[in-house]
Ligand binder design. Structure first.
Ligand SMILES: *Cc1c(COP(=O)(O)O)cnc(C)c1O
Length: 375
């Protein structure tokens, strides 16, 4: 927390707005819409709920196809299953670790020939880094398929100067506890389409028809954000830019401490883009570095430092067994390679310099031990 949260929560208590609507919800929507430069923002109970509503609003239904990045958290694709639709996973490319426009094009061409284009494409901006939006948006336009930008991890990032989350027909953000700003749990759906935003608000409040007597003609959801949590969100949004700066600095510090070790490759930042560096991620080439991801994870765990491998690609998950997958090329399955060699280091905005030193020292120690053993 940053300091101002209590003020907004107190306002909610003093005015007795303890509900999934109220002044903080309205203000948080307005302030976030302004921050990213869109017409409409709808505050919801989670980022997952935002993706789900986007799919519903795009008419995704049973048996429909939805394309989705493979290298991502399961929340990107679970709502496809909620709708009974069929996910098709698209591989990453090396320059952003995100959806490969080349693989996407192949998947779209095949789907067009089959006469079964997807109803939507969910494009993820992994660990804060924007996907190749120019290429992907051009393909979406060419094939006439709407895009949902999963910017859960990239709030505060930009692509060619334009805020992340604003490239699709819908964008979604998450304020889960682990994200760059948090409301403990929460999400936001953004769009420039006023009617769509109104429909999202309607669906998110049990789809109540405008009648006094609780009339319903559509299936609805209880997906709105509470006025208390929106208060937390408002205060968090005030410090978002500071958080981005802090996370970028943490990334730079890791690079300056570990970047010269051969075999370690930090996640790239595509030219013209600015990542919020939500997580510092890198790959370890086992032969070159004389280290494995597992040995680094084990060493850090021994020092009571929590680190994680990169997301296990969704096309490799038991949940999505049998789903189609379009690889980057015949030779390269980039998502799988990143999963096999990738690691995310502790990256919290409040990580101190000395804590970071403890982490980099542990990694260097592990390296020295490995080199000694090899001799
Ligand atoms: C966190 C996250 C989500 C889901 O957000 P919740 O608010 O936790 O539902 C979706 N996609 C990605 C890529 C995420 O990291």
């Amino acid at each position: 927390m940053s300091g101002n949260e209590a003020k907004y929560i107190r306002e909610a208590f003093e005015t007795n707005w303890i509900a999934p609507l109220g002044p903080n919800v309205d203000a948080f929507e307005r302030e976030l819409a302004e921050y990213v430069g869109v017409n409409e923002a709808v505050a919801l109970s989670s980022g997952t709920a935002a993706i789900h509503l986007a799919l519903i609003l795009l008419g995704v239904d049973k048996g429909d196809r939805v394309f989705c990045s493979s290298l991502t958290f399961v929340a990107s694709a679970n709502p496809i299953l909620y709708q009974g639709a069929e996910p098709v996973f698209i591989d990453s490319e090396p320059e952003t670790w995100n959806m490969s426009p080349v693989a996407l094009k192949r998947a779209l061409q095949d789907a067009a020939i089959e006469g079964k284009l997807p109803k939507a494409i969910i494009v993820v901006n992994l660990y804060g880094q924007s996907a190749k939006m120019n290429e992907i948006v051009a393909l979406c336009n060419e094939f006439g398929v709407p895009m949902i930008e999963d910017a859960a991890e990239s709030l505060g990032s930009t692509y060619k100067g334009k805020p992340s989350g604003t490239f699709g027909d819908f964008g979604i953000f998450s304020f889960n506890g682990n994200k760059i700003i948090t409301t403990s749990g929460g999400g936001m759906l953004v769009t420039n389409d006023h009617d769509m935003a109104q429909k999202a608000r309607f669906l998110a409040t049990q789809a109540r028809d405008p009648a006094q007597h609780y009339q319903h003609s559509k299936k609805g959801y209880n997906y709105r954000m509470s006025n208390i949590l929106a208060g937390i969100g408002r205060a968090q949004l005030e410090v978002l830019d500071d958080r981005v700066q802090a996370r970028r600095k943490i990334f730079e510090n890791y690079v300056s401490e570990l970047g010269s070790i051969s075999g370690l490759l930090f996640m790239p930042e595509l030219e013209g883009t600015r990542s919020n560096r939500w997580l510092t991620a890198l790959t370890i080439d086992e032969e070159e570095a004389g280290l494995t991801v597992q040995s680094v994870l084990d060493r850090l765990a021994k020092e009571n430092i929590e680190a994680r491998p990169v997301w296990k690609p969704l096309h490799m998950q038991p949940l999505f067994k049998g789903s189609s997958f379009y690889a980057y090329s015949n030779e390269h399955n980039v998502a799988r390679e990143l999963f096999n060699r990738g690691i995310c280091l502790p990256s919290g905005s409040s990580l101190s310099k000395s804590e970071q030193e403890r982490i980099t020292e542990a990694i260097k120690t592990e390296m020295k031990l490995n080199t000694l053993l090899k001799r």
